[in-house]
Structures are given as structure tokens and as C-alpha cells.
Design a protein around this ligand. Structure first.
Ligand code: M6R
Length: 609
């Protein structure tokens, strides 16, 4: 939530900041702003709305000109989206941008009001700016001292970019919880919430740890701890290049990312397969450790939680080990029955989701072993878990997750195969067969992507719908949860996913003439039963969209549209069937004209509860 950038160097700072923000806009897009040192003075430009609104404003009012500055794109928490509440915020001679939430801002504000400070916005961020300004007035000429004093007072989460008017060619940064990296270029330094913001300029960066302070000049970036002791940081190199964070000729990131799924699967699973067998030893997972777990819990949010549900079905089917799947925001507050000997798997694309991170910490404090399945390298969840499997999806920019989900379930399959083998529930030959089928999924998905025209026709038939249902049984039900979330978050059409057999216990009363029902029927053992449920809704007027395999030709009274998937192993069908569901959601949103990559009210990285 919220993206921040900072720059010191020889380039036009406003251009670098705007470019960086354009790559961070997925983190929030309620307002945007920059502050640049222009002839030794801080000049701010900010605007409610998207980055494009800020660009427009700067065209009319002039762009701040200089070579150092900070920038922000906002997902509003304290105070409505408005020019007034947009970052940067100032306090005396200090100007800041902030990602995170200051939990004790009210108490700090009262203190600052008692010292005669006045406030221009409703934000928690302005309180930090004023506090920094207050401490700087007490120790003028010593910015780090003001920062350290302020850090000692702040409760909550923050990544901050800071400018002191007395130090025009410098940017300061500090963090607790919220992510921040420091980019190191040739004669230039950067800060950013995410490395994608600076890839165009450099791939070298430091990961700023909680409690650390960075001091940037164009020559170098120094990092200190809270006692003002210099820290030697390990320089990291991003393995993504700038093209990974660009649309590459596609109209939206979402469709680009849907098409990247075959490659993402390969790059994620190939390093974890040795001689045709799953091999997660590099992540700390061994036969011995797998056999020692008493219970398995999967905890995550949104799409990542849906990947956990597919994982539950697969693990229980193959390894015969019970798996609990929890929504992280529920898990953390319901005194979960988790303890020593349990494995808690946290799934997260960003690795920064506040509830998932809190769930991880809770699981550790209860004595459980934790395994993180994370896409963002060096993120908090990745660093704090006992064991770690990185998914290698590359940067996922569209707010609606697609390729991250795909690789999350691919990892869950590998894990399930290895667990089932360790538990003696499948033999080596079966494990090898399943692993080789998993390796075939990219080619199967390529086939679906090459012939997906039907998804556009289906999307056309959905744009006037107010509400629709997704139904399925078993793995098809698990999968349809993700299909339903995809559609509602980007097309704004209400939808729910339902276990097909559960409809007649209440929900079937919603069916009226022409209400769309997307039925997923890929599981051989459940096929006839799902078809019976489809006939029940069809008989009550539903418009049925059937996602099934190409060896099934439905009777005329079953489906209005059918999307055919290649014939494949039942267990792995979710990896194929999710693709038309993603495409249907995508084209419905495109045909409705919504903002596909940045749907309303959402942000990619949810770092608040
Ligand atoms: O970064 P995470 O995977 O932890 O994010 C969890 C959810 O916010 C996320 O999966 C969200 O549901 C999707 N972006 C929706 O498409």
C-alpha cells in the first residue's frame, strides 16, 4: 500500500521520480506527489487521482526542476483521497513521503499541538513530518539525530523518504515493517518500495532492514543503525531486467502476465526437480522433516489463500494428511490450535501482506515450523520464515493476481508429491509420473492460450449481468473460488463460487432467467454429479457457461457456451482450468471498460490490516 521513491544524482529528478512511481502505481493510486530540490528550495507538486492527473497538473503549473527529490503514490488510509492529504507532507524544514500506518499518531499529534504545531492534512504521515521537524529544530544541522529520536517515538509500520531543506543534495530513508530498498547506480542513488521502480537505472541495491537509516548522496549511500553506527550492507543484484516490469506490447499487464504463466511455471519448478523427482531440499524440506509434522496449516489472503485451498485438496488426496486452510486475518485473532510439531505454510506473492506476516509471527511464537511460499525476493515473510520456497513468477504488476497464483499452486503440487512419497502413500514410480505431468502443464497451457477466442464470446455475454455464480465440485470448486474473485475484482460484477452440490440448500433460489452460471466440470469421478447440478440450474433459466474437457460433448440442454480444455490428468486440471477463468474475467473487464490493471479501491500490496 503506497509506493515511495527517492533520487539523488545528475538526472532530472522529477522524471526519475515520475518514472519510478509509474512502476509503483500498482501499490496505490488515490493520489500522487513529488518534492524536488529546486535551486536549494523544496518544491512540491501533488494531486488527487492517478499519476496522469499529476502529470497534467505539472504540465500546467510547471515541473519542479532539480536533481534530487522524493515521490509517492497513495492508497488512502488516514484521510480521504484529496490534494490536501496527498504526500509529500512537510513539518518545518522537513519534507517526507510515507508508506505504512503510524498507530500512535493521535498521541503524537496531541503532543505536537501542545507545542504549537498546526496541521494541514488528516494524515498520520503529517504527524511524522512535524515530529521530525520538531526534533530537527532541537538539533539543527543534525538530520540523523532527528530521525533517530523520531524512530524511537513511532509505533506502527513505515518506510519513509525524507528531505531536509538544509541538505539539498541528500535524501534520507528509514523503515520498520514496510519494504524499502536503496538502489546504487553510477554517480546516483535511489530509494524505492520495490526494485522494479529503479530497474531502468540500476539492478544493484541494498535491502534496508527494519530499524536502519539510509543517507543518500549522488556518490554513495550509507546505512546506519539506530545508534548511528555504520552498517556494511551486502549489495544485491536484481535478477529481473526492466522489460519484466513493462507491458511488452500487451494492452494490459494482466493479459501479459496470463501469457507469461507457462514460463513462470517452468522457472519455478525446474530448479526443484532432480532426476525427474521433486526436490525441495534446497528449501530445507527433507523426507525426515516431512514425516515429523503432526498437522499442516496453510494461511494466506485472497488469491494466495485460494492457492492454499487447491493445495489442501491435492495434499489430502495424495498424502492423506489433513490440511487446515485459514484466512490470515481470521487465523491471527482466533487463538488457532497450532503448536510444536505443526507446519504452517504462508503463501504470499508480495511477502509483505500485513495479516499474513502477523500470522507467520504468531505461528512461530506458538512453536510451529513455518514455510513461506513467496514471490518477492527479500520480502519480510521470506526473511522471517523458517523455510522458504521462492516462486519465480517475476514481477506481477496487475493488481489481479494470475501468474503468482499459477506458480503458487505449482509449488503446492511439488510439495504434495514429495509429502505423499515421504508418507509412503505413493511409490517412486507414481511420484515420477506426477512430476513429469506437472512439467507438461506449460505446454498444455500454451495450447489453451493459442485457442482462447471462446473466452471473448463468453465475456461478451457477461457484460450486462448484475450477478453470477461459479459452481464446481472437488478441485473444480476450489478453483472456481479464484475464478469468481478474478471476475468481481476487475469487472465489478458480483459473483460467488459455490460447491455445486450445495446449491439446492438455499442458493439456487437466486437463479432467474438468463442469470449466468459458470460451471467447471473437469473431474472424472464427479463429472456426472456436476452435470446433474448444471441441469438443475439450466432448468430454472440459468445461462450456463461450461468449462470442461474436449472429450465431453454436452446434451443440448446443458450449456449455452462451452470452453474445452485439453484432456489431462484430473489432479492437475486446476492449472489448466484457471486459464479460461482468468481470460473470461479479463475480457469481461476490457469489454466493460474498467481499469483492468488498477481496479477501484484496491492495491497490490496490502500492508495494512
Ligand atoms: O501479496 P499477497 O499474495 O500476500 O496478497 C494477498 C492478496 O491481497 C492477493 O492475493 C489478492 O487477493 C489478489 N491480488 C487478488 O487478485
Amino acid at each position: 500500500m503506497c509506493g515511495i521513491v527517492g533520487y539523488v544524482g545528475a538526472r532530472d529528478a522529477a522524471d526519475v521520480l515520475m518514472d519510478g512511481l509509474s512502476r509503483l502505481e500498482y501499490r496505490g493510486y488515490d493520489s500522487a506527489g513529488i518534492a524536488v530540490f529546486e535551486n536549494g528550495q523544496v518544491r512540491v507538486a501533488k494531486s488527487k487521482g492517478r499519476l496522469a492527473d499529476l502529470e497534467e497538473k505539472m504540465k500546467q503549473e510547471g515541473k519542479p526542476a532539480g536533481h534530487s527529490g522524493i515521490g509517492h503514490t497513495r492508497w488512502a488510509t488516514h484521510g480521504e483521497p484529496s490534494d490536501r492529504n496527498s504526500h509529500p507532507h512537510a513539518g518545518g524544514s522537513v519534507t517526507i513521503v510515507h508508506n505504512g500506518i503510524i498507530e500512535n499518531y493521535k498521541k503524537l499529534k496531541e503532543f505536537l499541538l501542545s507545542k504549537g504545531k498546526t496541521f494541514l492534512s488528516d494524515t498520520d504521515t503529517e504527524v511524522v513530518a512535524q515530529l521530525l521537524g520538531y526534533y530537527y529544530e532541537l538539533t539543527p544541522g543534525n538530520p540523523v539525530d532527528a530521525i533517530i529520536r523520531t524512530m524511537k517515538e513511532l509505533e506502527g509500520s513505515y518506510a519513509l523518504g525524507v528531505m531536509f531543506a538544509d541538505f539539498p543534495d541528500m535524501v534520507y530513508a528509514l523503515r520498520k515493517e514496510s519494504p524499502l530498498i536503496v538502489g546504487i547506480g553510477e554517480g546516483e542513488s535511489f530509494i524505492a518500495s520495490d526494485v522494479t521502480a529503479i530497474l531502468q537505472y540500476t539492478r544493484n541495491y541494498y535491502l534496508l532492514e527494519p530499524g536502519e537509516i539510509a543517507v543518500l548522496t549522488k556518490a554513495e549511500a550509507k546505512v546506519y543503525d539506530i545508534h548511528y553506527q555504520k552498517i556494511e550492507k551486502e549489495l544485491k543484484t536484481a535478477d529481473w531486467d526492466v522489460s519484466a516490469a513493462e507491458k511488452g506490447g500487451y494492452p494490459h499487464f494482466m493479459i501479459k502476465e496470463i501469457h507469461e504463466q507457462p514460463v513462470s511455471i517452468k522457472t519455478t519448478i525446474t530448479p526443484r526437480i532432480t532426476d525427474g523427482m521433486p526436490d525441495l531440499s534446497e528449501c530445507g524440506i527433507t523426507t525426515e522433516s516431512l514425516n515429523s509434522f503432526k498437522a499442516i496449516h496453510v494461511v494466506a489472503c485472497g488469491t494466495a489463500m485460494h492457492a492454499g485451498i487447491v493445495g489442501k485438496y491435492v495434499i489430502e488426496k495424495l498424502a492423506k494428511v489433513p490440511v487446515n486452510v485459514d484466512i490470515a486475518s481470521e487465523f491471527r485473532y482466533r487463538d488457532p490450535l497450532v503448536g510444536e510439531g505443526d507446519l504452517v505454510i504462508i503463501i504470499s506473492q508480495s511477502g509483505e501482506t500485513a495479516d499474513s506476516l502477523a500470522a507467520l509471527r504468531l505461528a512461530k511464537s506458538l512453536g510451529a515450523k513455518t514455510l513461506a511460499i513467496v514471490n518477492a525476493k527479500g520480502s519480510s515473510i521470506a526473511r522471517e520464515a523458517d523455510m522458504l520456497i521462492y516462486t519465480h513468477a517475476g514481477p506481477e504488476i496487475a493488481v489481479a493476481s494470475t501468474k503468482a497464483y499459477m506458480v503458487q499452486i505449482a509449488v503446492m503440487y511439488l510439495f504434495a508429491f514429495e509429502l505423499a512419497l515421504a508418507k509412503g502413500k505413493i511409490d517412486e514410480a507414481e511420484c515420477r509420473r506426477l512430476t513429469s505431468l506437472l512439467e507438461e502443464t506449460p505446454a498444455q497451457i500454451e495450447k489453451i492460450l493459442a485457442h482462447h477466442e471462446m473466452t471473448q464470446k463468453i465475456a461478451d455475454s457477461l457484460i450486462t449481468a448484475d450477478s453470477l455464480l461459479y459452481i464446481g465440485r472437488g478441485l473444480d470448486y476450489a478453483l472456481s473460488m479464484e475464478g469468481s474473485l478474478k471476475l468481481k475484482e476487475i469487472s465489478y460484477i458480483h459473483s460467488e463460487s459455490y460447491a455445486a452440490g450445495e446449491l439446492k440448500h438455499g442458493t439456487i433460489s437466486l437463479i432467474t432467467e438468463n442469470m449466468p452460471v459458470i460451471a467447471v466440470a473437469t473431474q472424472t469421478a464427479l463429472f456426472d454429479k456436476t452435470i446433474s447440478n448444471i441441469k438443475e440450474v439450466k432448468a430454472r433459466g440459468a445461462k450456463v457457461i461450461l468449462i470442461s474437457r474436449d472429450d465431453y460433448t454436452p446434451d443440448q440442454d446443458v450449456a449455452d457456451f462451452q470452453f474445452c480444455l485439453p484432456q489431462f490428468e484430473d489432479l492437475l486440471m486446476p492449472m489448466l482450468a484457471v486459464v479460461p477463468l482468468q481470460l473470461i474475467a479479463y475480457y469481461t473487464a476490457v469489454h466493460k471498460g474498467t481499469d483492468v490493471d488498477k481496479p477501484r479501491n484496491l492495491a497490490k500490496s496490502v500492508t495494512v490490516e
